[in-house]
Design a protein around this ligand. Sequence first.
Ligand code: B3K
Ligand code: ZN
Length: 880
Amino acid sequence: MRKDRTVYLKDYRPTDFIIETVDLAFELGETLTTVASEIRMKRRPGAGADAPLELVGDGLQLAGLALDGRPLLPERYECTSDHLKILDLPAEDEFTLTIRTHINPTANTQLLGLYRTNGIYSTQCEAEGFRRITYFYDRPDVLAVYSVTIIADKARNPLLLSNGNLVEERDLGDGRHMAKWDDPFRKPSYLFALVAGDLAMIEDHFTTMSGRDVTLRIYVEHGKAGRAGYAMDSLKRSMKWDEERFGREYDLDIFMIVAVSDFNMGAMENKGLNIFNDRLILADPETATDDDYARIEAVVAHEYFHNWTGNRITCRDWFQLSLKEGLTVFREHEFSADQRSRPVVRVDEVKFLRAHQFPEDGGPLAHPVRPTQYLEIDNFYTTTVYEKGSEVSRMIATVLGEEGFRKGLDLFFERHDGGAVTIEDYLTCFEDATGRDLSHFSLWYHQAGTPLIAASSAYDEASGRLSLTLSQTTPPTPGERVKKPLHIPLRVGLISPNGDDMEPSSSSGGERTGDVLHLTDTEQTFVFEGIGAAPAISLNRDFSAPVRVRFDQSRENRLRIAGAESDLVARWDTINALALEVLSRATAAIQAGDPVDTDSELSDILIATAEDERLEPAFRALALTLPSELDIGREIASDVDPEAIHLARNAVFSAIASSGRATFQRLVESLREDGPFSPDADSAGRRALRNAALAYLTVADQSPKAADDAYRSATNMTDMIAALRILAHQFPDSTEAVEALSNFRKRFDGEPLVLDKWFTVQATIPGAKTLDRVAELMGDPGFDEGNPNRVRALVGAFATGNPTGFNRPDGAGFRFFANFILATDPRNATLTARMMTAMRSFEALEPGRRKLARAEIERIAEHEDLSRNLRDIVDRMLKS
Ligand code: B3K
Ligand code: ZN
């Protein structure tokens, strides 16, 4: 029997001892690092006088233990690699505990705790990595002031970094040197960081709103400093924006970012010393795409914003994770919207939420934004906690209005600075600041599942009255069958026959604030008076609530929204929904062996939108981009046949390509890149539109020529990879594709981040043959199975971005993937557990594939020695 280690929210209780200060001393050695941790602590008033001190470890080796400087006798403590229990501690007085541990950073392939790869020592402690360094109260509600001394060989590690301010630096005369860092801000252990090694650096400065000078440094591999400029620029803009928008000022004298190449996720907000995956720092026009630039800007901002939402105010326990992550994603989204085009940024967020969070919420891994139990907290860094959590904060802002939201957040910062708090504490601030009762609203944090809103309307011309009936249901999720109605703020637009917005003279049936309808019951009918003509009704403008909407409005009304809606998010959404309908119907026709109706009305809207110069290019590109095969699969939702979807999408795509050929050619020619590259959003939008048109043009011509020309003449990575993708995906066997792929490989040899794009382009070539290619690419000298970026770019992209290849009807894709997961799990469990979620929607597949997929998941589950991370995911996937 495996031991059940499930952690429950209801079991939360504070620690028996309070930690005041922690002095850490690291003697860095590649295979043997000694950590001395001197913890000043005292018994918490009210804790039992004889309660023992219980600290956690993970795979540790104890090398010494002393109380107030005197070694502890073995009968006073119990110690295993993951537990240290000390008895007979003073009832009242303060005492100092000194713990020495031995760790091996080179053997640490999990990339959690302190690890050394590529000659660089770095750390990742969130959520539970600090316990891989020393025995500690490794939980977010234990806040302490840290000082860190690092000793290491000077030639190999000229750089010694930790949190806070550098207070001492000294040569030790024996080839080693030391540095001491003090962080004056109390923090939890998950925000601890250390970096040592030899890196290049760029430096800049920022003057805060109160006039303090902050030194900004970004450390990268030697030779890459020229690619850190955009990240630095993003950092300065983030600092400024947070002052202006939320009144938040930076608090230390120095802010550092280190880019490392082996990193399990995107980045980490350690106090004063952010550590980043290098793909989210390094960018120049020749190696990074517009999407890379946008991601870098967003993640640099996100980690910086954590300094207030996460670091100054942290979580009481990990169940509150969305308190920092949801809110910080919301701040990041608002930043991106202010830096770029607001509607385009919002559409991208909606696409992401639907592609990742909705399936999570509708599948076996569904959980509330604030879960109540977990087996492995690392598996809860999910799109539900992050992105849905952000949408919940956005809805609070919609319910309270911008001013009310700001007041509530100001109160949150004032009241809880320096604290470790809960989501209830967060909500109470908004209630106290505005007087609004959010108790019903708070259900968004506790109930899982994506609500479905069904709408119907009736208009009476004689009275000018419009009735809109809205009902809500939330499908059952694991462990929660019965759902309650939520408070859903829905923005609504009424659009007149000539395309203008219509204002009702009055309304009834429920609360309405401006254009927001507050749906709070299972069913409500809102009645609007003074409506002069039959309106088209645009529901959930700006995607004001993370819900699905079913509204069988006339096609005529929907075309009106698609052509004239002033809210561009809703306009895009309607165009996208029309496309999804056509594509789903086409798929059914393919399955039935019937002719496909490619729908000329859809082509007309797409082409007209692409041509409409009143709209910004980035929006036109979004409208022109057909839903992906994965999007169509999610729309169909059950008995999904990826092959039929692929054929259907190609048929519709070709029809649009032929009817719009002239438009596409014009766009490709007129949007040709001239002048020096600029990563700004407008320029990126033009490139996006041109590349979307290029994909259609090559299909219309049934020739790779235009893409081949584009590949050869590309002057930046965005255009180059777009052309390469068209060649490889649409003409995989052409000489042009083969040559371009080999040219790209040679040209970017020694550029791992660029080769990742080359891996991904090939891993996502549709069709059964791609599996062999993926297996072969794992032997490419540029592939490294120990590097998470490489693994995600090749194997991850195959599993998540290649529906026909991965879901091969013979199950070979699943088998290959399961073998890979089993082989990689012992090396890096965070990575395998995360990758495994690629199969979470297997129940939606048609019966043949579903059975094969299940068999592979079961084969994984049968292994006794899976990591806890992977065990948790596969068991939950099979349980429902
Ligand atoms: N807080 C980190 C994520 C840590 C993930 C641990 N498994 C990055 C972020 O969300 O900003
Ligand atoms: Zn975050």
